[in-house]
Ligand binder design. Structure first.
Ligand code: BGC
Length: 737
């Protein structure tokens, strides 16, 4: 037989058996796997699967695979998707790997695999929108892109309160207020999970500064903790029902957060009934038996305590088998509940960068806060012939925040194009270019130029004969560091003062990770807080400056005049000689110190300022618009366990705009809380001249006090309600009895 004939014969044989294959029933992946029955509850499905697991398989699920791609040279399993963490699945049972991705403001590490990820505005910016829909969209973008890239768990969702305004991670967190933070980050996590990607809320709890974060002991009395930091987590967790809660590095009242019986067992799993799993921050696990008994369900990223050590502890009865089963149950039931078992995440399509950019731009449009406007905004294009942009590399891009929240800049850092990932520790600019965006909206023929703003005299000379100066000022922030002061870094204060002296039509646009002091605030004509604005940032800033979009954001954090107004005038543990605290282990920060949050206790942010009768530079909840609003007809009615508040808002100006209405409560003096508290808010869109009736249901937890004796919240029988457009401007009030 020739070779040709042999091949033909082989082909015929194949063809002849092919119909026989086709007639056989398709293999059913669910056969013999009763947990694949989607009509059962996630808990039932988890129980059925766990029954089939060996001890080794259970242990495999409660720890990660090690540092993997994060530490060059460390082993990486073949199925690893390239994220910050991975847990091996159990193929014989149909349980997929868990692929965890850092994604606080967009998916991290995308460039490593030649992928693209959308850089969203910072979380603090998103919170300035006071718009739960924007928060949901934010999470949706993250979830959508993670799923497209083969991940099934997001480890973003930072909800730590901004107790320390110089904390390097404030751009990853929402606000200083528990209600606002909880609602916004809760909606963010809902958005993530709407894409069938497991969500996470972090860093639980009191991880409110980076200095000494791995060893510091955060001290706070129980009532204050329940009414502030824990309340933010409580609200977010109840809204989103996230798969994971990441416990933090620090200690809380003596015990590490990842082995803290009170915060994990008593509060999170007991009082709040959290059904998901607690995963440790990366190397935030400190023991085997204590951590397992006190509530940690998964060690990340590795195996130091929850591998062989945990197996032995279970075999020796130091950790009951039922507790290991509970850990595994929490993980597996969350995977079923979110949908990552029934609908596997696989790299399946290329992320659409334009869809992501448009969403990022929309969120940023709602996030920008106009802090001052003496009439130069919105820019009257017909009256302007020359605009000078100064500073913050506004000719090439916008700034992003660093650390594990760093998203890779498309094409590399706009400052220094080198394709590939955007490394930790560098100030990374994204290619959304203010100079280009301003030119696009200015009248043709307008002279739009740029000066780097590094030298006060040359910047002032460049500004002198312009019709308008747009001064871009920035403050880079990152995980692993805190700012030593509220002051803008470099010589920016000096340059702004020189420019403002040379040209009264100077508008400052801030790209900061949190509040900053502004010694030049009285000298400039306008101030806009744009935060780290994301990949659609320059366009959104231009939209607001030119009046295509009416600014509507309100501050989610108080801007102090200076550090001396803060409860902690210096970042605790930051040595006097340290400029920036840098990373752990560099010897430039104290270790094992306590941070005494009882100094301010419940009076976080704006509450501290009210209690101490201090006037900040810009108050919480403040933000201007190109139109004006009035409030009237306040009524409050009890409704079940809630109180409903209703009032009218009228747009009294000549352009349409969005207003964020804020409702505050103040409890009687006997409650021992001498400050108002945000109890509800609503964002409304109003045409010029229009009036809208607004209803806001108040969250009873906010007008309650926590009793340490009976471990529960009690609504105050009387309280005052105030309504308006800023914590410092509340024209309506009524008493509730
Ligand atoms: C951060 C976490 C992050 C983890 C993984 C830690 O250093 O605190 O927020 O998710 O690293 O990258």
């Amino acid at each position: 037989m020739t070779l040709h004939r042999l091949c033909q014969a082989a082909l015929l044989t194949v063809l002849s058996i092919a119909p026989a294959f086709a007639q056989q029933p398709k293999p059913n992946p669910a056969a013999g796997k009763p947990w694949m029955n989607t009509s059962l509850s996630p808990d039932q499905r988890a129980d059925l699967m766990i029954r089939e697991m060996t001890l080794d398989e259970k242990i495999q699920l409660v720890h990660g695979i090690g540092w993997g791609v994060l530490r060059p040279g460390d082993p990486v399993p073949p199925t690893d998707n390239g994220g910050a963490g991975m847990v091996l699945g159990i193929p014989r049972l149909g349980l997929p790997d868990i692929q965890l991705a850092d994604s606080a403001v967009g998916a991290r590490g995308a460039a490593r695999d030649s992928r693209y990820a959308t850089l969203l505005p910072s979380v603090i910016g998103m919170a300035s929108s006071f718009d739960p829909q924007a928060a949901h969209l934010y999470g949706q973008v993250i979830g959508r892109e993670l799923r497209d890239q083969g991940y099934n768990m997001s480890i973003g969702g930072g909800v730590d309160l901004i107790r320390e305004p110089r904390n390097g991670r404030n751009f990853e967190y929402a606000s200083e207020d528990p209600l606002l933070s909880g609602i916004m980050v809760g909606h963010l996590a809902m958005g993530v999970q709407s894409q069938k990607v497991m969500g996470d809320i972090k860093h639980y709890v009191l991880n409110d500064q980076e200095t000494g974060r791995n060893t510091l002991d955060a001290i706070l009395n129980t009532r204050a903790m329940q009414e502030t930091d824990l309340l933010a987590f409580n609200i977010a967790i109840h809204l989103a029902d996230p798969a994971g809660v990441m416990c933090s590095y620090n200690r809380v009242n003596g015990d590490y957060a990842c082995e803290n019986d009170y915060t994990l067992n008593t509060v999170l799993k007991g009082q709040w009934g959290f059904k998901g799993f607690v995963l440790s921050d990366w190397e935030g696990t400190h023991s085997t038996v204590k951590a397992a008994i006190n509530g940690l369900d998964m060690e990340q990223p590795g195996i130091r305590f929850f591998g062989e050590g945990l197996k032995k502890a279970v075999e020796a009865g130091q950790v009951p088998q039922s507790r290991l089963d509970d850990m595994v149950h929490r993980i597996v039931r969350s995977m079923f509940a979110v949908g990552v078992v029934d609908d596997l995440s696989m790299p399946r399509r290329v992320t659409d960068p334009f869809e992501g950019r448009d969403d990022a731009r929309h969120i940023e449009q709602e996030s920008i806060v106009l802090l001052k406007n003496k009439g130069d905004l919105p820019i009257q294009t017909n009256a302007i012939r020359k605009i000078v942009l100064i500073g913050a590399h506004a000719d090439i891009g916008v700034l992003s925040g660093g650390g594990s929240a760093q998203v890779d800049a498309p094409g590399g850092n706009a400052l220094d194009h080198k394709p590939g990932d955007s490394p930790w520790g560098h100030e990374i600019y994204f290619p959304s270019v203010p100079l280009k965006a301003m030119k696009a909206l200015a009248n043709p023929g307008t002279n739009v130029t740029f000066d780097p703003g590094s030298d006060p005299a040359s910047a002032a000379a460049a500004a002198k004969d312009a019709d308008l100066v747009l001064f871009f000022a920035d403050q880079w922030m990152s995980e692993g560091m805190d700012r030593p002061t509220l002051s803008l870094p470099r010589n920016q204060n000096e340059v702004i003062a020189a420019v403002a002296a040379a040209n009264p039509h100077t508008v400052v646009i801030l790209e900061t990770g949190g509040p900053v002091a502004m010694p030049w605030a009285n000298q400039v004509s306008g101030i806009l807080e744009a935060w780290f604005p994301g990949i659609g940032g320059a366009e959104a800033i231009a939209d607001v400056l030119f009046g295509k979009v009416n600014p509507s954001g309100k501050l989610p954090v108080t801007f102090a005049e200076s550090d001396s107004q803060l409860p902690h005038p210096r970042v605790t543990g930051l040595k006097a000689t340290t400029q920036n605290n840098g990373m752990n282990g560099r010897g430039d920060q104290e270790k094992d110190f306590t941070v005494d949050y009882n100094v301010e206790g419940m009076a976080v942010g704006y509450k501290w300022f009210e209690e101490k009768h201090e006037t900040p530079l810009f108050p919480f909840g403040f933000g201007l618009s190109y139109t004006t609003f009035t409030y009237s007809n306040l009524e409050s009615t009890p409704s079940g366990d809630h109180t409903n508040v209703s009032f009218d808002i009228t747009n009294t100006g000549s352009v349409a705009g969005d207003e964020i209405a804020e409702v505050y409560v103040t409890l009687p003096t006997s409650a021992g809380e001498p400050f108002k508290k945000l109890a509800g808010f609503k964002r409304v869109s109003l045409a010029a001249g229009a009036t809208q009736h607004v209803d806001v249901a108040l969250n009873p937890l906010v007008y309650s006090t926590y009793s340490v004796e009976d471990k529960s919240f009690h609504p105050s029988p009387t309280f005052t309600i105030e309504v308006g457009g800023s914590s410092a401007s509340l024209p309506l009030h009524t008493e509730v009895r």
